[in-house]
Write a new protein. Sequence first.
Length: 256
Amino acid sequence: MPAAKIVIDNVSKSFQQGTMSALASCSLEVHPNEFLCLIGPSGCGKTTLLRIIDGLVAADAGRVLIAGAKVSAPRHDVAMVFQHFGLFPWKTVYDNIAYGLRVHGRPEGDVRVSVPQYIELVGLRGFEHSYPYQLSGGMQQRVGLARALAVDPTVLLMDEPFGSLDAQTRELMQEELLRLWRIQRKTLVFVTHSIDEAILLGDRVALMSRRPGSVKEIIVVEFPRPRDPEAVRSSPRYHELRHYIWDRLRAEVGGG
């Protein structure tokens, strides 16, 4: 196994002047080009951990390493996709996707070459001049994905990106993400509340404890890639894994 791309080493974090502990001695390693899903009870610190990996929030104790370097601030080779899209409502699809490239100081000539490629990649050709309010939820999330991918990160962080979508659109976006990840193999950490989503997408599932959060168990998902979502969902092993994870998650939610 190659050296870990991300090392989370005994990370702890509290809020409200130390009165609310979100994470306690949380440790985890993410392999290069791995799709790792984080799941756990509400309020267990999943989003906080993702923000610490991204350098948006500083840990109180412990450290995060990416490619051997300690994270102390946001990095150009790490991108995040948020649940509520995070698009600029006054910018077009084109300019939303171009935003990260421009922030990184890429020449405008490079922007004009790159942005249409990512618009094509996520299936939004013809919507370049549309504004977010003119798009469906799924289309808005495609813009968010394209914006994150356009800066060519080595690490992609996704915080419940499909949580606000309806069930049908969510399944379509799961298939779309599997397709995009097959094309551009990033090291991907994906936060979700859905056991089904974690099994369908992940190489491994990291189960977090109730707050203060730490990684309680790592479950390996053996389904080969590329994955056919319908074949995965119809497999007896899928239902075994779902039952196994739910039993352990229910114990955490119930305090058992």
